[in-house]
Design a protein around this ligand. Sequence first.
Ligand code: ARG
Length: 577
Amino acid sequence: MDFRKTVATKVSEATGLDLETVNKLVEIPPQDDMGDFAFPCFTLAKTMHKAPNMIASDLASDERLSDPCFSRIEAKGPYLNFFVDRGEFARAILSEVKTKGTTYGQSSEGEGKTVIVEYSSPNIAKPFHVGHAFTTVIGHSLARIYEKLGYKVVRMNHLGDYGTQFGKLITAYRLWGDEAALNNDPIKELLRIYVKFHEEEKNDPSLTTSARENFKRLEDGCEEEVALWQKFRDMSLVVFNQLYDRMGVKFDNYNGESYYAKMADEVVAMLKEKNLLVESEGAQVVDLEEFGVPPCIILKSDGTTIYGTRDLAAILYRDENYHFDKNIYVVGIPQALHFKQVFSTLKKAGYACADKCEHVGFGLVKFQNMKFSTRDGNIVLLEELLDESVAKTYELIKANAETRNSDMSDEQLREIAEKVGLGAVIYTYVKAGRERDIVFSWDQMLDFEGDTAPYLIYTYARTRSILRKAADQGILPAEAGSEVLNKLTGDEEFACAKMIAEFPEAIRKAAGSNEPFMISRAVSQIARAYNRFYNNCSILSGEDEELKRARLALCECVCNAIEAGTYLLGISVVEQM
Ligand code: ARG
């Protein structure tokens, strides 16, 4: 049973305020003596023509609010405070989690609706750096969050595989390309010749001409140029896919800019037909003054299309093929204006789907006291960050295993290090609101007691080991619905149950604001509450066998919630550590 919902339903019935509004207003008070749920009465003041304090005190004695799941209801100033019956609460929530397992928090509110999540979208022939990892991690998580809520999710990777730079690459490859080097490390070789091209171009204008001609031939579909471009694209994707596989990231569609470039003519024709194209300094643009943004360029003065034109084509393609209810772009904040221009252009052209598009921005990635061997300018490769994190994690858990005389094999340790090391990186991307800049620091991200993935995974692993130990002693967790669960009335037990109960709401909030951070916060609060419980109550000692079984059920539910939560973030747990 969802106690928050009971609070909301009762208040809605007693006040006539609609359920959804009440649900949004119900909060968890900052202090225990203010109850477990609170309803602020300010909103009612207008309609009831009474002071919020008065409303609260009248409602406190309103019979319509009483329910066996509340031990008492009190007014405190403008707030109506609900105190739940702890035993009933623990039994209700743990029974639900035990029954649902890791599907806990799943709902069907998105059923029949399609969400497109576009994320990652790296540029081919370019290194996959830590900024691409930001969109990859956030997008991957959002896709799982929407799925959990029952939406049909389409994961799209809008590859940067088009543009004049491919003309340059073709020219450069023909002049200086090294086939063996390309096969060995494609991105490195492509980057090398690209950089060389720019150096040589300064003294040799014929290179510029050649690149332009090659791009034109590529656009016109000339066989040899297309073949080279295809090779660069395929080889880049092999590299990207290795990273995606490692992180468990998947896509349904890899249509890149080149795919939409072919449809750009239709966009131009449509805008022309609607009389929306105006000339500006030789270029064709859509004026967006009424939206308060600069004009959106559609055709450059040389008649070629640009990045934005391809994004317009992509939205029309998505609308036609997926009939999306939401189309989300997980792309860095610096592109906010670009998306505003693209969406406004579609709106001006009368497309209803424009309002269903949303740019989900994120901040910058910074490093504190971290050195990387191949660090080139400001670029840090994701692969390097992951490798370092895994290597450092390995040392930590190996040392720990040695002090504990653990019998884990080296292979097991490496497997665990891979998951925990990756988790540490992923968690750093989602541990705060996505628009904030993030700072990587080994000390922080690998702190087994901090707000980190290692802390969450360690909590999970240790709890699993308690459950195994109990099973060996023949003590099994209490079953769903068991009266035994009513014994969990201690402060720590109650706090833990409360945090678990908040998880489904955190998922809804995460989807509502496109913030995986809502999930990381909820999971870390569960783990914190659990660790307080663990430190204060000895789970397997004592005389009360029923209490032991109830506490084991709590352990089990904490594990389910952590596993479900970390999954939504793209982090894997381990059974032992
Ligand atoms: N490839 C671009 C980059 O690396 C990001 C693409 C964003 N998506 C889009 N639909 N424009 O900056």
